[in-house]
Structure formats: C-alpha cells, structure tokens
Design a protein around this ligand. Structure first.
Ligand code: FAD
Ligand code: DHB
Length: 401
C-alpha cells in the first residue's frame, strides 16, 4: 500500500491529524495496533484547554464537546483545610477549560474518519519505521496475521510512549530528558454527582487528591459523574484499595473547616497511572515527525498530555499543508523546535504543579514550608495567580503566540 502520510497510532494525536489532513485533501493511512472498542474505552484525560477546544471545533469535531462538555472558568486549590478559588477566566482575559473525556473525543474522530476519510486500520501493529531520512520512508506492520509494508512520503509517529516510531531516530542524534516521580495516581470513576461544581486540587499531609468529573454523556442532560484521584505509592495495585477505603481517604484529604462531606457512590472503574516527565529531542528526523506521547510525557497534574498532543498535530498539519501549497519547507524544518518550546513550557508547568501539590516521601519540613509559601503566593498575589492561570488554561500553539 502507498499513501502520502502514514500515521502510526489512533490516539488523539493520530486521529486529529488524520482529520486535519482529510479536510485539506491530503491522503493518509492510520495504523492502530488495538481494536476499536479498546481505543474508545480507554479512560484517560478529561480536561481540554481553550486552544484544544478551538482546534476540535475548527476540525469539525467539536459539536458534542459544545453540547455535552462542561465549560469551567475556575478551579479550587485546597490546603491547610482551607479553600481558594482561582478565577481562571478573570485572570486570563476570558480563557477557560472544558471538561470532556478523551474517550469521547476519540469516538467522534473515529466516526468522522470512517464516514468521511481515508483508511483507519485497527489491529494493525507497526513493527518499524524505515528509511525516515530518505524521500521514500516506509512503515512495516502486521495486520490480519500478515506482514505488510506501507510506503509513504511522510510518517507521523503518533504511537504513544510505548510505540516503535521513536526508535527510528538514530541514537547518535537523540537526546532524552527524563524524571520519574516517587508516586502514582489511583483514579476512579464513580456513579455519583460531583461534590463540588469545579475541579478541586488538594494538598494534604497524607498526599494529593483531585476531585474532577465527567459530563453525563449521550446528550442525556443528566448530572455529571465523579472522576477522582488519590496520590498513592508507585507500583500500587488498584485492586488492593477497597471502595470504602478510597472514599475515606478522599474525604480526609479534601476536608475543610465547615465543609460539606463527599457524596459517595458506586465505583465503576479503578486504575493506577504512573507519573513520568520525559522529552525526546528532536521531534523530527527526516520525514518522520513524532507527535504527542511518542515524543513527550508529562505527569498528569495540570492535565497537559492530551493538549500537547493536539498542539503538535495542528502544527504538523499546518506545516504539511504549507509545504504542499507553496513548496516552502520552513514549517517542516521548524516543526521540532516550534513544538519543543511549548512542550518545555508544559513540562515546567506540570512539574511545578506536581511538586507543589504532592507529598514527597523525602521532603524535609523546610521543603514543605516552601511549597506552602508558593501556594500562599498563588492564592494571595494576582501576578502569581495570573502566571498559574495562564499555564493552566494553556500555552498558545506554536506560531499562534
Ligand atoms: P496515545 O493516546 O497513547 O495513543 C497512541 C496510540 O498508538 C494508541 O492507540 C496505541 O494503541 C497506538 N500504538 C502504540 N504502539 C503502536 C504500534 N506499534 N502500532 C500501531 N499503533 C500503536 N492526560 C491528561 O491530561 N489527564 C489525565 O488524566 C491523563 N490520564 C492518563 C492516564 C493514562 C493511563 C495514560 C497512559 C495517560 C494519561 N494522560 C492523561 C495522558 C493523555 O491521555 C495522553 O497524553 C494522550 O493520550 C496522548 O495522546 P497520543 O495520541 O499522543 O497517545
Ligand atoms: C483530570 C485529570 C487531570 O490530570 C487533571 O489535572 C484534572 C482532571 C481528569 O481526568 O478529569
């Protein structure tokens, strides 16, 4: 098979890129190793930055987000048993975020592609990207029990942290930057309306907790359900936490003086997410472009992962379109550096937010006081709050800044 752009991976990065290329009449083939049901059910991110929401709308994939998603103009920080609202919109000239699950974004993009776009092969596992530094790169893959080759003009490596695309960049040209964190998140979905109408990020001596939510979905107009997270030791087995223990621990960590009790309900999903900061440089090698988790990972605090992936593929699609229309390779040549500037801003934001809000097992009392001093600054000083709100609602896409 031959195409213009071989897209490896049908997560948010690969699916949105496919949609953007379809809209511009650029041919592509998407290879996805898992089956459709798996991709559509995988519980992951839930917060879309303003720029991501705008990009989905521009791609014709924003209708359900606008109908069912929840626009949030603020978040709450809790520490020392007190509540502090950060008014994101007031601090950023009207920017906001949307609560809308990654699963729903993927479902809509898959449906659009299958209805109006080029091939999307499920159960097609890429084995290797070859000859990326020539003008005839190719992807070897396995599909339906057979080894196949996809020849193309460009490869978009959108296959996440565990994918194979990154390995096509020669080690001698690669630099990786990494930090692992001494904790993980236990995340649950619970069939109960959220206890607070905005997200609550809580720092507590026993560890971090996050109260989030998911829209009811299906256009039912029903109440949102709860999505909740607890800091736990790395390697924790989700099954080792009983339901009542999870609720008790959440309750302790978000408790405030005179506050309401947490509403409890049936837990419908339970999983542990490891935490990692990782950047692979460069994000381009010849005609191979890495995008999303294939090139960088942020710890989930601050909800940047999905939003970075969207910024990467919007930048890549613009560069490919400009090259086709004008022959000018400037966007292609600048792809890696343009994306990495935004990636490092998000790495920094996610790093500082993670460090501020979690209980570090080796932290000295001095370190903890410093973290509280920073939280006091964010909640007490408009300049610090503005910097935080700008980071939370999203660093502009490359060349939009
Ligand atoms: P992915 O979503 O990982 O998609 C990559 C795709 O490539 C997958 O469908 C995979 O099956 C496919 N693939 C892999 N290898 C191959 C191959 N060899 N051949 C073909 N296909 C392949 N971010 C947040 O902002 N908030 C959160 O709460 C949050 N929670 C998360 C929980 C988990 C468990 C994980 C793993 C991530 C979470 N993230 C979260 C991060 C966010 O979901 C990711 O940043 C986002 O999914 C990145 O999209 P992507 O398309 O780059 O990669
Ligand atoms: C969610 C995840 C995050 O990482 C975050 O910072 C906020 C919300 C969520 O899944 O709802």
């Amino acid at each position: 098979m031959r195409t213009t752009v071989a897209i490896v991976g049908a997560g948010p990065a690969g699916l949105l890129l496919a949609r953007l290329l379809d809209a511009e009449g650029i041919e592509s083939v998407v290879l996805e190793s898992r089956d459709r049901a798996h991709v559509e059910r995988r519980q992951r991110a839930g917060i879309l930055e303003q720029g991501t929401a705008d990009a989905l709308r521009a791609a014709g994939a924003g209708a359900r987000m606008d109908r069912e998603g929840l626009r949030h103009t603020g978040i709450e920080l809790r520490f020392d048993r007190r509540r502090h609202r950060v008014d994101l919109s007031a601090l950023t000239g009207g920017r906001s975020v949307y609560v809308h699950a990654q699963t729903e974004v993927c479902k809509d993009l898959i449906a659009l592609r299958l209805r109006t776009g080029g091939p999307l092969l499920f159960g097609a596992r890429a084995l290797a990207v070859e000859d990326a530094d020539t003008d005839r790169p190719r992807v070897r893959y396995r599909h339906g029990g057979r080894d196949e080759v996809l020849e193309c003009s460009y490869v978009a490596g959108c296959d996440g942290y565990w994918g194979v695309s990154r390995a096509a960049v020669p080690p001698a040209l690669t630099r990786t930057y990494e930090r692992s964190w001494p904790y993980a998140w236990l995340g649950i979905l619970a069939d109960v309306p959220p206890s607070h109408h905005e997200l609550v990020y809580a720092r507590h001596d026993r560890g971090f907790a996050l109260l989030s939510m998911r829209p009811a979905g299906g256009g039912t107009g029903g109440a949102p359900v709860s999505r909740l997270y607890l800091q736990v030791p790395p390697g924790t087995d989700a099954a080792s936490w009983g339901d009542a223990d999870i609720w008790d621990e959440l309750e302790r960590r978000v408790e405030t003086d005179g506050g309401r009790r947490l509403a409890r309900g049936a837990i419908t999903a339970k999983a542990v997410t490891p935490m990692r900061s990782y950047v692979h440089e460069p994000m381009r090698h010849g005609r191979l472009f890495l995008a999303g988790d294939a090139a960088h990972i942020v710890p989930p605090t601050g909800a940047k992962g999905l939003n970075l992936a969207v910024g990467d593929v919007v930048t890549l699609a613009r560069a490919l379109v400009a090259h086709r229309d004008t022959g000018d390779p400037a966007g292609i040549d600048a792809y890696s550096a343009d994306c990495l500037r935004r990636v490092w801003q998000a790495e920094h934001f996610s790093y500082t937010m993670t460090d501020l809000l979690h209980r570090h097992p080796d932290a000295s009392p001095f370190d903890d006081r410093l973290r509280r001093a920073r939280l006091d600054r964010i909640t007490g000083c408009r300049a610090a709050a503005t910097d935080f709100a700008e980071g939370y609602t999203g660093i502009p896409f490359p060349r939009d800044a």
